[in-house]
Design a protein around this ligand. Structure first.
Ligand SMILES: C[S@@+](CC[C@H](N)C(=O)[O-])C[C@H]1O[C@@H](n2cnc3c(N)ncnc32)[C@H](O)[C@@H]1O
Length: 439
């Protein structure tokens, strides 16, 4: 891509999106959606890919910059540091030819009204090219730099998975697959696979679930045959275990207690072809709108409730539920390959606060379950603190709660519940624990 004409715009938009994450603490999803608005589809996709590569590797790239700067940049030049990281991402993780990456990154310094930074950008990127092997080897000795993951998170993953932590960190640096879920109540995996192939999509069956298909190349979901008719949804194979483990039966009263954006709500309904009395609860009304859109597309009904699970008096009619899915808010460290900004935005302090909240939500949800009913606790976290660290002490303190043994491929048994390590059979990292309530 050349800096002439308007070709510099997608690169500049990527920079703005990354700058908002790094310097303003915004989410990459939000900043990218805003920054790519108005771009043609191909340019927007290019911008997104560059921003993702930069954020995914940011901690490593920033350490490279730090090692090469002869004197610290002034606070007003913080954006130049972000620019340098983006230039390094283009050089080492994006496939832009070296000369173009250096020239275009330097040009962006001018666009930023920092012409004085052009020589620095040129010099530093060229030096990185010359010294990449030496610098790379030195950084690879430190796991947090090798995998561009903050040390506290490396330590948490290592302590939860002493045998597979490194494979999971490796997986966290790779783009995630686009996995689909076929609505088995209305079609079959074979039929959908045929339709997708006829439409020119290369697709394979996922080993971990009867409804899961993996696209070789991610595409705009609206272009997939069967999507608008509700025959297909986008959902990682690990997340597809939620509805399978809770296994709602026709006519049951089911609470999806933290429902938005509704991936699992739709799957729960598909499991009984819509024949559930399902309440989709979420504290965030705007996010609950996405559940509504999802269910409209799938053609299944549910009661939508905006409310705080921890305060049932405000929304609950007093009738106990047969089954509850408790997909709690969490650090989302199991999905860092999809949301690499988590590595920059989360801190260890957040984890303690989340664990406290998760325990509260679990305690409340339990009171809404009928005797003999079942509750599935789920997170997309890799950290013990949010998984068995929450459920094990709760289980010990809760008479009548019985933990079911879970056994499914791609997962590993935990002291309580079962984890899916990040990257296991290509899946996101997840944690599930299923409890039944004694009569
Ligand atoms: C991990 S997400 C759920 C993902 C969803 N189950 C799915 O599969 O699409 C957690 C959700 O919990 C909601 N949440 C957080 N605190 C809550 C509370 N106190 N009561 C109800 N919902 C809550 C958040 O708004 C967020 O939408």
């Amino acid at each position: 891509m050349s800096a002439r004409g308007t070709d510099w715009i997608p690169r500049f938009r990527a920079l703005e999106a990354v700058r908002r994450v790094v310097l303003d603490g915004e989410s990459l999803t939000v900043s990218l959606a805003e920054e790519t608005e108005g771009l043609a589809a191909r340019e927007a996709a290019w911008s997104r890919a560059l921003a993702y590569a930069t954020v995914r590797w940011y901690l490593r790239l920033d350490a490279m910059v730090e090692g090469m700067l002869e004197r610290p940049l002034k606070p007003r030049d913080a954006v130049i540091r972000v620019l340098l990281c983006q230039g390094l991402a283009e050089l080492f993780h994006f496939g832009t030819p070296d000369h173009a990456a250096v020239r275009e990154t330097a040009e962006l310094a001018r666009t930023l009204q920092r012409p004085g930074a052009v020589p620095l950008v040129n010099a530093l990127l060229r030096r990185a090219l010359r010294e990449r092997d030496v610098m790379g080897a030195a950084m690879n000795r430190t796991p947090s730099l090798r995998y561009a993951c903050p040390p506290w998170l490396v330590a948490g993953i290592r302590s939860a998975f002493p045998d597979t932590w490194e494979a999971q960190l490796e997986a966290s640096t790779l783009p995630a697959p686009m996995t689909l879920r076929v609505n088995l109540a209305r079609s079959s995996r074979e039929a959908m696979q045929r339709r997708l192939r006829e439409a020119g999509h290369a697709v394979t069956e996922h080993s971990s679930g009867p409804a899961a298909l993996v696209l070789e190349t991610a595409v705009d979901v609206e272009r997939l045959p069967g999507f608008s008719e509700g025959l297909l949804s986008v959902q990682d194979a690990a997340a597809q275990w939620a509805a399978r483990l809770l296994a709602p039966r026709s006519g049951e009263r089911v609470l999806d207690a933290c429902a938005a954006p509704g991936g699992k709500t739709g799957h729960l309904l598909e499991s009984a072809n819509g024949d559930l009395q399902l309440t989709a609860l979420d504290v965030d009304g705007a996010r609950l709108g996405r559940v509504r859109d999802n269910l409209r597309r799938l053609g299944y009904p549910a009661a939508m409730v905006v409310g705080d699970l921890a305060r049932p008096d405000a929304w609950w009619d007093g009738a106990l539920f047969d089954a509850i899915l408790l997909d709690v808010p969490c650090s989302a460290t199991g999905v860092i390959r999809r949301h690499p900004d988590i590595k920059l935005l989360r801190s260890p302090r957040d984890i303690g606060a989340l664990a406290h909240r998760q325990r509260q939500l679990l305690e409340t949800a339990w009171t809404l379950l009928r005797p003999g009913g079942r509750l599935l606790y789920a997170t997309c976290s890799l950290l013990d603190e949010e998984n068995e660290g929450v459920v094990a002490p709760w289980l010990a303190a809760t008479p009548g709660a019985c933990c079911e043994t879970l056994d499914f491929p791609g997962g590993v048994a935990r002291p309580v519940g079962r984890s899916i390590p990040l990257g296991s059979e290509g899946m996101d990292g997840f944690y599930y624990a299923l409890f039944t309530r004694g009569a």
